[in-house]
Design a protein around this ligand. Structure first.
Ligand code: SR1
Ligand code: MG
Length: 401
């Protein structure tokens, strides 16, 4: 079975059976293809007799969301499994355990997290996750600090940058996030009801400057090893546990891109609450919860990152130069806000949308949510270089309502 081909459910079972020690010999395994993302096959393999199960994720040689006309490197499976292993060491318990990686089949076998829910679904159902801000701030602080020039050997870091060169997946981001939404592109996808908004995005030169500056940083600033696609569909969650999955877009880039992704996806859900909370009071309470979560994520990230720096910083100039740390953290906040803005805009007018907004059945409420998400996203973009506090993000979100 070693030459690359997309697995059938039966082949996935045979492969799982051949894994030594995981399932008992002769186990009658069941397989279901459960992939609902944009790019890959995902098999859930289980043994009903013992209750044991695992996940097999296989990269397809094209983007599933578009079809075979959009070829895509299988190397992303290597990137994903290597990133998961690094993240697992730096942020123990916050990513699934990798059991096995098969380079020929572009396939990673990992821990089954079916007792968790995809966070996007959880937020649509107005779930509350008291550990999330703590967990995701720890994930971000540890993975970003210890893969950067602040927290790891700077020569080894250069070699690690090389190992995570991910040009095809980066190109998707460069096009879909930092270009298409601001021009006429076949990739764009928006409803007629908001054609005026799409036109306004194309004409807004002040906005283009902000996007171009952030795009330039995404292209050139190898600051840390990023997850690269840290939206709420890449997070499995329960009230007690958070697991970050899917780092196939991992590469060395600006830290704010990961932090901004988390903030943007909470704000997209905030905009979608137009529909998901049916009563005014429940809506306002859930929105307040989302904003509290955003504030807690940044505040805890800032504290944890500074603490890691104070204890483990490897760069003498960065450690000992007065005010450098404050300057660095302020730039990180500003980048995070700018990238959050980019990520909100792309999910409304670009190729790949989010269920928080798209699954709103009532067209009027959906349109209202889309306009709100765009208003918040554009305001974040216009403000990012002036930002001094996370509270300003909360004000922008509240003003948008
Ligand atoms: C063609 S891939 C579309 C989107 O799906 C991924 O999750 C990334 O966000 C990418 O931009
Ligand atoms: Mg993904």
């Amino acid at each position: 079975m070693s030459a690359y081909h997309p697995l059938t459910e039966q082949e996935a079972i045979e492969l799982a059976q051949s894994l030594s020690n995981f399932f008992p010999e002769g186990a009658k395994l069941q397989s279901r293809e459960i992939g609902d993302g944009n790019l890959n096959l995902v098999f859930h393999i289980s043994d009903p007799a013992t209750g044991k199960s695992l996940i097999m994720k296989q990269a397809l040689p094209y983007a599933k969301v578009v079809g075979e006309s959009w070829p895509l490197t299988l190397d992303r499976a290597r990137i994903e499994s290597e990133a998961l292993i690094i993240e697992g060491k730096l942020a123990p318990g916050l990513v699934p355990q990798v059991y096995h990686y098969d380079a020929d089949l572009a396939l990673t076998i990992m821990e089954d997290l079916s007792d968790h829910v995809i966070m996007r679904r959880g937020l649509i159902e107005c779930g509350r996750y008291p550990k999330f801000a703590n967990d995701i701030s720890e994930f971000l602080a540890n993975t970003l600090f210890f893969t950067s020039d602040l927290g790891m050997n700077q020569q080894q870091k250069k070699l690690q940058v090389q190992n995570f060169i991910n040009p095809e997946l980066c190109k998707i981001t460069e096009d879909l996030i930092f270009d298409d939404p601001y021009t006429v592109s076949e990739n764009n996808n928006f409803e007629d009801a908001i054609a005026d908004e799409a036109e306004a995005l194309r004409a807004d030169t002040a906005l283009h400057l902000e996007v171009a500056l952030l795009r330039q940083k995404f292209l050139t600033n190898a600051q840390a090893l990023l997850h690269g696609d840290l939206h709420t569909g890449s997070i499995f969650i329960t009230p007690e546990s958070t697991k970050v999955i899917d780092p196939e877009f991992a590469y060395y880039g600006p830290m704010g891109f990961d932090i901004g992704a988390v903030l943007a996806n909470l704000l997209l859900n905030y905009a979608g609450q137009e529909y998901w909370s049916t009563e005014d009071r429940a809506r306002e309470e859930y929105r307040a919860y989302l904003l509290d979560t955003i504030q807690a994520i940044w505040t805890q990230f800032d504290q944890k990152f500074r603490a890691l720096w104070d204890e483990h910083g490897v760069d003498r100039m960065a450690n000992e130069t007065e005010d450098f740390q404050n300057f660095y953290m302020q730039s990180l906040l500003q980048d995070s806000i700018g990238y959050a803005g980019c990520k909100m805009v792309r999910r409304i007018v670009g190729l790949a949308h989010v269920a928080d907004i798209d699954k709103i059945p009532d067209p009027e409420k959906r349109e209202k949510a889309q306009r709100l998400a765009l208003a918040i996203g554009k305001a974040l973009l216009k403000w990012n270089r002036k930002a001094a506090s996370i509270d300003e993000v909360l004000e922008i979100a509240k003003k948008g309502v």
